[in-house]
Every structure is written in C-alpha cells, then in structure tokens.
Design a protein around this ligand. Sequence first.
Ligand SMILES: [Zn+2]
Length: 226
Amino acid sequence: MLSAAQLTGRKDSHVLPIEELGIQLHPLTAQAFLALKAMAADDGIELEAVSAFRTFNTQREIWNAKYRGDRPLYDVDGVELEHSVLNKSELVTTILRWSALPGASRHHWGTDLDIIDRAAVPEGYRVRLMKDEFASDGVFWKLGDWLDSRLSQTDFYRPYMGSGDGIQSEPWHLSFAPVSVQALQSMTIAILEEALADSDVLGLDTISAQLPEIFSQYVLNVSDPP
Ligand SMILES: [Zn+2]
C-alpha cells in the first residue's frame, strides 16, 4: 500500500532508479516493463519510456509553467490556445485536459509511463506526444497498433482512452494494473487537499473551490483495466 505522501509524489521511497532506462519506477512495474520491452523488441518495436515517475514538485513546475503561459495550452483538438483570453477557471480546465493536477498525477505512483517507439522516430524529429502521432499516418501508428493487439496479454493497460469531459485520450500512457488499481482506490479528496495546502500551485483558490468535481472528472474518470 502506498502512503499519502507516496501517492501524491511528495516521497519517492516507493520507486527505484532503473539505470539502464534512465527513469524511476515502482520495482514491480520496472520488472514488468523490462519484460514488455523485450516482447516489443521481438516485434521490431523499440519501447522507450520518455516519462515515468514524477515528483509533486516536477508536476507543480509543469502546472505553473502552463498557468503562467510559459508552456503552450491546447484545446480538445490539440489546437494551441491564446493564454491571455482565458479566465482563471478556463485556464484550470484547459490545463487539466492535458496535465494532471500536482498530487493527482498517476506518474507519482511509479506505476505509469509515457512510451514511444524509438525505432520509428526519424532523425531530427521532436516527439510531442500528441494524438496525431498515433493516427494511421502518424509516426507511432505501428506502436499503437501493437499495443492494441498485445497489451491485453500483459498486466499493463491504458487508463486514458476516453475523451469527452475528462482527460483527453493518451494512447502513449501505460499503467501497471497490479499496483495502480490499488493506488487509485487509496486516493481521496482529503489526501489531495493535504498535498495541495501551502504548495505554491498556481490557481489554488480556483482549484480548491472545485476540488470534488476535479477529483471525479480527472482522477477517478479513467478507463478500467480489462
Ligand atoms: Zn502520462
């Protein structure tokens, strides 16, 4: 069982550095990911985790940069939005579609990773992790297709495959169910509230006023493992 501090990325005692991958993961996730990587390699896919465990502070930097307009903001279709036209509430909603609230990221658990097929990346191409890269003419189409057919034979699944009101579809985001299902069950609004208190997360007044809605729409509202 992960503690409240581990669930919200304020402690990293539940993850280990995986030297050969240059990332940190929960030990059980690491073992399973290395097996997944070997399975993919047999099919000509070079799985690489471009993001794995993230601390609360790292997520806060991502969040605050978007809130300040130092990082681009996108609408549901992935079209860049003008920062200055959004009010506080719109700003919070816009960021939440693509980035988790600090303390509420599944990347805090060490069970979730963002992956690419390194072998499919052309020389000089900058990976963006956008939906179009997984479309039929996208650079990661083959990876998406492979995940569609093989992931169900593993303990990994993709929690962000929906669209609509919550988090946008993220076909690159994998989760290790044997640990993450329990982590999600352990998460509560109170745990999140405690992590956010005195945290320097920008927009906190707006966030706090709608925390129960944010919790159900962006934390609980994920696809179930098969
Ligand atoms: Zn992710």
